[in-house]
Each structure stands twice: as C-alpha cells, then as structure tokens.
Ligand binder design. Structure first.
Ligand code: BV8
Length: 249
C-alpha cells in the first residue's frame, strides 16, 4: 500500500463515520445488522420521533450509551490521535460519530458534527448540554430540573443532531475555515469508515477538492460519494491507518 507523505506544511482534515469504530465493537448504521436496520430512523433519530415517543428514543440512546461505554478505542482511533500530536494546528478531525471514542483516544482538535452520546440537554430551555452517562431504565424519560424549578416541565434529550436538524453553525464554520486556510498549501482530505450517505458531512470531500486537496477514502465497502475521491483504499481502518501515514515534519 502506497504510504501518504505528510511534509512540514501539509494540512490534514479527516472525516470519520461509524466504520472507524466498528473494530471497537460499536455497531454501524447501514449494512448488515446495522443500527438503522431494526430501528427506522424516523422513529428514533428525528425530532418528530422524539415528540411522538420520547421513551422509545431514550431507550435507543441509552442502549447505545451502554454499548459505547463498554467499548475502547482501536488502533485506527489511536493513529488519528498520534497524527494530531505530530501535526498540531495543521490537523483537524471532523467526526459523524457520537460514541466519544476519538476523545477517549486523545484527540482534542475534534468537531463532533452530530453531537455526543454522553451529553444531554433540555428540549425546553437553553441550559448548556451537560455530561450524562446515565443509562435510563426502559420507559423512563428524564425531565429538566431547571425548568421544574420554574414551575415548567420539559423533557431532557440526547445532545445529538437528528435528521432534519441543523448542525451547530460554529462546528461547520470551524471545518470550513480549516479548508479555506489550506488553499494553495499541501492538503490531504481523508474520509474513514463512512458510507457517504449523510449531508452535509458527505459534501466535505467536494469542499476539499475545490481548494486542491488530495482526497482519500478508507472504507470497507464502496461509498455513496466514492467517485469524488481520487484514492479509494478498500480495507479495515484499524488495520491500515497505523501504517498509512509517512509523517516528515
Ligand atoms: C441538516 C444521529 C439542514 C445521531 C445522524 C442534502 C442532500 C440530501 C439530503 C440532505 C441534504 N442536506 C440535508 C439532508 C437531509 C439529511 C440527510 O443527509 N439525509 C440523507 C440520509 C439523505 N441530513 C440532515 O438532516 C442533517 N441536517 O442538513 O439540516 C437540512 C435539513 C433537512 C433538509 C435539508 C437541510 C443532519 C444529519 C445528521 C443526522 N444524524 N445521526 C446518531 O444516532 O448517531 S446521521 C447518522 O449517519 C450517524 O451520525 C452516522 O455517523 C451518520 C453517517 O453514517 P456513517 O457514519 O457513514 O455510518 P454507516 O453505517 O452509514 O457507514 C459505515 C461505513 O463504514 C460503511 O460504508 C462500511 O462499509 C464501513 N466500515 C464498516 N466497518 C469498517 C468500515 N470501514 C473501515 N473499517 C472498518 N472496520
């Protein structure tokens, strides 16, 4: 496998999806026994689904909290954390994953585009999202104590971006600024473990191409937006990432 040379002024933007966590035991969404296979998206990952049956949504996310909490970063996660150590401000990791494994592997230059399983917020007031690893019992829907203190009632919800919800503008701005700064400089854009099905994440490769990036897809199967990548490395990310980068800073 041809290694990817990273020289002293190369910028690297990596986008990850559920596939990077597959070898850690976290289920992916699409494909055989994927999460969405036995859970129609509309019922558990949309604001409408939460309004209709918040207990079902909390059961889905509580199960995923318990699952992800029992998993550990794999060599793919660790490689991306080491890459950040070596490159510093010339590196940015944008993840669609909500499992928290990149953070646990040590990445800090990280944009969690779709939120984080271990943060909860109120659906009725603007208190900031707060750390919460509670696995709520089936049927239980937690309520906001701040609202209750004001005599109001509001359900707590996972701090997750559901389908039909806007991503945090500051998150998108951070990614777009990184891409803009890489214009006319050596720039590597790599997508790892994502089916390229969800927007706006799946559009990042096009924004990177516009500023002249070398583009790589590291994925176990073809992806919906695969034709947008110059290089497609069909493999398991945990096995290839540790030997893929030739960093010369
Ligand atoms: C928005 C919730 C404004 C948290 C998620 C433009 C065109 C078309 C549609 C749209 C568009 N703009 C907006 C939309 C609508 C929608 C969308 O994209 N729909 C798609 C499905 C058509 N987007 C939105 O609603 C976004 N909001 O844009 O707001 C707006 C709204 C409406 C209309 C217009 C504009 C919000 C998107 C966020 C949704 N929330 N998750 C949760 O429960 O996790 S998305 C969900 O899918 C997860 O976050 C997940 O990360 C993400 C993407 O999935 P992948 O990570 O790629 O996982 P997947 O299983 O699909 O693939 C894994 C891959 O890994 C596979 O290919 C497999 O081969 C590979 N693999 C497996 N093992 C390995 C491996 N690879 C390497 N190594 C291995 N070992």
């Amino acid at each position: 496998m041809q290694r990817i040379e990273i020289t002293a002024d190369t910028r690297v933007l990596v986008l990850t999806g559920a596939g990077v966590s597959a070898e850690s035991g976290v289920p992916t969404f699409r494909g055989s026994n994927g999460l969405w296979e036995n859970q129609p998206v509309e019922r558990v990952a949309t604001p409408e689904g939460f309004a209709e049956d918040p207990a079902r949504v909390w059961r889905f996310y509580s199960q995923r909290r318990a699952g992800a909490g029992a998993c550990a970063p794999n060599p793919g996660h660790r490689t991306l954390a080491e890459l950040e150590q070596k490159l510093g401000a010339r590196f940015l990791l944008a993840t669609q994953n909500v499992d928290g494994l990149h953070r646990r592997a040590g990445n800090t230059r990280l944009v969690e585009m779709h939120g984080n399983l271990f943060l909860t917020r109120c659906s009725g007031c603007d208190r900031p999202p707060f750390p919460d690893d509670t696995v709520y019992p089936a049927g239980h829907v937690p309520e906001c104590d701040a609202c209750a203190a004001r005599g109001a009632r509001a359900f707590l919800r996972p701090h997750i971006v559901w389908f039909g919800e806007m991503l945090e503008p500051a998150d998108l701005e951070r990614i777009n600024d990184f891409i803009a700064d890489a214009r006319n400089k050596p720039f590597v854009f790599m997508a790892v473990g994502t089916s390229g099905a969800v927007y706006p994440a799946a559009n990042l490769v096009n924004l990177a191409r516009e500023v002249g990036a070398r583009t790589y897809l590291v994925n176990a199967d073809p992806a919906d937006n695969q034709s947008r990548f110059e290089h497609f490395l069909r493999c398991e990310s945990g096995k290839i990432l540790p030997t893929l980068f030739d960093v010369r800073t």
